[in-house]
Design a protein around this ligand. Structure first.
Ligand code: DOR
Ligand code: ZN
Length: 354
């Protein structure tokens, strides 16, 4: 007997859409399943001001496939020169839903990020006052800290002191990859939440080195050992409202990844919901899929849940999801979960396409 589940249409609370030709190429893969997404501002140059965010939002809306129903939730890229009043205006008008902290040098296009977090205290205090959340890439950048420890060290040396300094700030620890991150979120007050990616639920660091170096599994924060992966899966599938989906889908042309110094990022939008249903089924937790993908995120961001529903159906045959996407900038490889996927998104209702 075929199994189906109907859930509220999901949202993606952490997404890289890029710009120009790449934006046009990848956007359909998100809007097919997701109603809204928190749009990462790490363009070159980054989306720093309210004016930048307005222009970027317009480019995203222009790139939408005809008839698609999708709301980009914009963010600003925090720099040491960010003006608290510009942030407050952009939040007040409803344009932005969060500000993003990249420690300078932590990841792709983070050079304009924050070197000394004490310099952005006035912005963070203003955000706390108006209730605007801070999305954070939680990794220290010092070369002496082992790449596998950067998240745990960030919690102790940056996040905890920051939360003491600005206790009213609402924070999202994005793409948590360690049990340390999970435990920290669970131990904190209700102004801290976390997003989890689909790929970190499905791979651990062994996948990056299985039989050779596999650049398409390289992302930041880097996947950790299996015990951490298990902790992420337990948190995601628990129904705990502090954890929700942020795919961190981050397209790079294959040439940029399959290189002597390959870029970090996994492109997973095309199969994110199929992967997620697979993981939740494996964990015996399909009853919590809707909370993770569609309910917890809006609750934390204080936004309404989507009215529309989607139906996922478990197909008898494995799905044939394309292994790559052709773009004018080159081929982009799609995340390979290394297992057959059977859960297909078969229906949106009501269908709002023209
Ligand atoms: O792997 C990643 N890719 N991690 C990030 O934080 C940035 C992203 C990108 O923009 O490619
Ligand atoms: Zn990201």
């Amino acid at each position: 007997m075929s199994q189906t589940i109907a859930i509220r249409r999901p949202d993606d609370w952490h997404l890289h859409l890029r710009d120009g030709d790449m934006l046009k190429a990848v956007l359909p893969d998100t809007v097919r399943d997701f109603a809204r997404a928190i749009i990462m501002p790490n363009l070159v140059p980054p989306v720093v001001t309210g004016a930048d965010a307005t222009a970027y939002r317009d480019r995203i809306l222009d790139a939408l496939p005809r008839g698609a129903v999708f709301e980009p939730l914009m963010t600003l890229y925090l720099t040491e020169a960010t003006d608290p009043e510009d942030v407050a205006r952009a939040a007040g008008s409803g344009l932005i839903k969060a500000v993003k902290l990249y420690p300078a040098g932590a990841t792709t296009n983070s050079d304009s990020g924050v070197k000394d977090i004490s310099r952005v205290t006035p912005v963070l205090e203003r955000m706390a006052e108006i209730g605007l959340p801070l999305c954070m890439h939680g990794e220290v950048t010092s070369a002496e800290v082992d790449i596998f420890d950067r998240e745990a060290v960030f919690i102790d040396t940056v996040l905890e002191p920051l939360r003491e300094r600005v206790p009213g700030l609402r924070i999202i620890m994005e793409h948590v990859t360690t049990s340390d991150g999970i435990d920290y979120v669970k131990s904190a007050a209700d102004n801290l939440a976390a997003t989890l990616t689909t790929h970190h639920l499905m791979i651990n660091r062994n996948h990056i080195f299985k039989g050779g170096i596999r650049p398409h599994y390289y992302c930041l924060p880097i996947a950790k050992r299996q015990t951490h992966q298990m902790a992420l899966r337990a948190a995601a599938t628990s129904g705990d409202s502090r954890f929700f989906l942020g795919t961190d889908s981050a397209p790079h042309p294959d040439g940029a990844k399959e290189s002597a110094c390959g870029c970090a990022g996994v492109y997973n939008s095309p199969n994110a919901m199929s992967c997620l249903a697979h993981v939740f089924e494996e964990e015996g937790a399909l009853q919590h899929l809707e909370a993770f993908a569609s309910l917890n995120g809006p609750a934390y961001y204080k936004l309404p849940v989507n009215e529309e529903k989607i139906t996922l159906k478990k197909m008898p045959e494995p799905l044939s999801i394309p292994a790559s996407l052709q773009t004018p900038d080159g081929t982009v490889t799609v995340f390979d979960p290394e297992c057959a996927l059977h859960w297909a998104v078969v229906r949106h209702e009501p269908v709002e396409y023209e």
